[in-house]
Write a protein that binds this ligand. Structure first.
Ligand code: BTN
Length: 273
């Protein structure tokens, strides 16, 4: 694995703010950049408690208690991107998954537009060459059955060390003849733009608008798997964000049309390599 000197990959605050300036001016973002935080998601919640508006963006050079899916830790040394965005989606309580799917799709699309062939692994993973490039952690606060606040946290591997199932974008781009993203600061801008565009794309029409586009980048389509001893094949994502699996043979245990829907976390789909 290629190693990079951290001095060349750490976040330059002034450069980051300069690169984000046009977006900030156009869309009324409030961007806060920190050298070190326990978690950008937690900082975003603290900011909400103090009256932060939607469009508040928290970025840290490193995190000491980065949060991953299912209560896992997200290792967050310098060299990676750690970014959280405050949203006020006003979605029904059970629709928080839409934020994860929409923002993951938006980021994958923004990177794809720059020649980075990012795919989506159900339900929150950004995948490059079959390996995990990054992930989304959406956290929500509910009142009267509505999501009144959401924090969408994005972690993307740039030049930080990654596990065997991971991939860093900087090393991928170093093999490409023309790399549109040449620094962590540009990656932050592209990620923020993708996050917001995915959110806006999904907002008016909801999940039905998003799913056809999401499916085009969906890496698990056609993947074979075994669920409670039954073999089946992945046929898509349902409008509730579940994994749709068509079973090879009917079973009394499952629905009569032999298709089952699995909620996020019910099955692990693995990585290449
Ligand atoms: C996953 O488990 O795949 C999701 C990881 C999300 C990590 C990001 S890093 C920025 C934000 N702050 C956190 O504490 N977590 C998210």
């Amino acid at each position: 694995m290629t190693q990079f000197a951290l001095a060349s990959v750490t976040l330059d605050r002034q450069k980051l703010l300069a690169i984000l300036a046009p977006m900030v001016a156009e869309a009324d973002f409030a961007v806060e950049v920190y050298e070190s935080l326990p978690s950008t998601n937690q900082k975003a919640w603290n900011a909400i408690a103090q009256g932060a508006k939607p469009g508040t963006v928290i970025i840290a050079e490193r995190q000491t208690a980065g949060r991953g899916q299912w209560g896992r830790q997200w290792a967050s040394p310098a060299g990676g991107l750690y970014l959280s965005v405050v949203l006020e989606p006003n979605l029904p309580v059970n629709c928080g998954y839409q934020l994860t799917l929409a923002t993951a799709w938006g980021i994958a699309t923004a990177l794809g537009d720059l020649g980075v062939p990012v795919k989506l692994k159900w339900h929150n993973d950004l995948i490059l060459l079959g390996r995990k490039l990054g992930g989304i952690l959406t956290e929500t606060k509910v009142r009267h059955e509505k999501i009144i606040h959401a924090v969408v946290g994005v972690g993307i591997n740039w030049a930080n060390p990654v596990p065997a199932t991971g991939i860093g974008l900087q090393s991928f781009l170093s093999q490409q003849p023309l790399a549109a993203i040449d620094c962590l600061e540009t990656l932050a801008a592209v990620t923020l733009q993708g996050t917001i565009s995915g959110y806006k794309f999904c907002s008016p029409g909801g999940i039905d608008t998003l799913l056809p586009s999401y499916h085009k980048l969906f890496i698990n389509m056609g993947q074979r798997l075994t669920v409670e001893g039954q073999n089946g094949v992945v046929v898509g994502i349902s409008d509730r964000g579940e994994l749709r699996v068509r079973l090879d043979s009917q079973s009394y245990n499952f629905s009569p049309n032999s298709e089952i829907c699995l909620p996020p976390g019910a099955v692990s789909l693995g990585y290449d390599g």
